[in-house]
Design a protein around this ligand. Structure first.
Ligand code: F6R
Length: 242
């Protein structure tokens, strides 16, 4: 694993954006695995700025997002599709027909998971997967469990995740209880993984993920087995590791 130590959130965002920009520059038709949440917003802002300066183009890029809430329409402000449009896609030249997020309103969950897994395969897998880290060690919405789920699946969100995501909704009852997520197998097949973490709230889980045992009880710990992980974390997130 490569560790890039950042000073703070802004620095982490810039460094993560640099890695993504380098990926697109070297391979314009890269398949990017993208994440939502607070962690990547700054990186997306930096990418938008680079695009506006003419330094990068997403015109040939494919994007495949990690996850989506079950039950939310694409145009719902809390949906991850809406988040991606607002925070990245609407501001760059990406072809939205080639930017994928699971369909939260799919009639048949099994079919939707198979369709999504098919998209990942159709484009030859993910070149660079951007990941945030959940407080309970989840990546995507792979929550602590008895087994590592391999492929895209429907998952029941844990109380801890519902509480963490409550900030995006008017009230806790509005937070969806289920989500679609790429599986651990789908995630670790990515050729290059960039995990970003900022803030003291991530310090303990980051330490447990990389210095503790590899266990489905802490899904991010599987990253210890991946040959090409780059951790970009700021000093507070890294405070228990260095
Ligand atoms: C989001 C996702 C989640 C988040 C994680 C961290 O698409 O897959 O795993 O990356 O919950 O969220 P933040 O960045 O808000 O701390």
């Amino acid at each position: 694993m490569r560790i890039i130590l950042a000073k703070d959130y802004e620095d982490m965002s810039q460094k993560a954006a640099n890695l993504i920009a380098a990926q697109i520059s070297l391979k314009p038709n890269s398949v990017l695995g993208l994440a939502t949440g607070s962690s990547p917003i700054g990186a997306y802002q930096n990418l938008i700025e680079s695009y506006k300066k003419g330094q990068i183009s997403f015109a040939q890029t494919v994007s495949i997002n990690l996850d989506e809430y079950v039950g939310l329409a694409q145009n719902s402000p809390q949906s991850y599709r809406f988040f991606m449009d607002e925070n990245l896609f609407n501001h760059v030249d990406i072809d939205k027909n080639r930017s994928f997020v699971p369909n939260g309103l799919a009639a048949d969950a099994k079919e939707e998971c198979a369709r999504y897994e098919g998209i990942i395969k159709q484009f030859g897998g993910v070149d660079l997967q951007l990941l945030g880290l959940g407080n309970n060690g989840h990546i995507g919405f792979n929550e602590p469990a008895q087994n590592f789920e391999k492929e895209t699946h429907k998952v029941a969100l844990t109380e801890s995740t519902i509480k963490a995501n409550r900030r995006f909704f008017a009230k806790e009852e509005d937070v969806p209880r289920f989500a679609y997520t790429m599986g651990i197998g789908s995630i670790i097949k990515a050729r290059h993984i960039v995990l970003i973490a900022s803030g003291v709230g991530k310090a303990q889980v980051l330490k447990d993920a990389f210095l503790g045992p590899v266990t489905p009880q802490l899904p991010a710990s599987i990253l210890q087995f991946h040959p090409n992980v780059c951790l970009v974390a700021d000093e507070t997130a890294m405070s228990l590791l260095i």
